[in-house]
Each structure stands twice: as C-alpha cells, then as structure tokens.
Design a protein. Structure first.
Length: 65
C-alpha cells in the first residue's frame, strides 16, 4: 500500500513539473480558432441540409406504392 502511495506522489510531482512547461495560447488566438470551428460547423450543417433537401426532391420523382 505504501509503495502505491509513493508511486502516486511521484506521478503527481511529475505532472506538476510538466504543467509548468505548458505554453497556453493567447486569448485572441483561442477566440479566432473557436470562431473558425463554429463557422465551419455551420457551413457543413447548412451544406448537409441542402443536400438532404435536394435528395428528397430528386427521390420524389421515383414512383412508390
């Protein structure tokens, strides 16, 4: 049990040391990249919607029972 506690403490010390090496992006960069992702998702969503509408329209010409 003591060995496990020591291993966990060692691991957490390593995590803390690595945490200090992280370089976080600037607020403007995070905002710009988030906006870019939202716009891309919106564009793809609209594209899929219009493709669905077009396929539904095209398939309406196929006779069904």
């Amino acid at each position: 049990m003591n060995k496990a506690v020591t291993a966990i403490k060692t691991y957490l010390k390593g995590v803390r040391a690595e945490w200090g090496k992280i370089t976080w992006p600037e607020k403007n960069q995070v905002f710009a990249e988030t906006l870019f992702v939202v716009v891309i998702v919106f564009v793809f969503t609209i594209s899929v919607y219009f493709m669905d509408v077009m396929f539904k329209w095209a398939l309406s010409f196929i006779p069904h029972n």
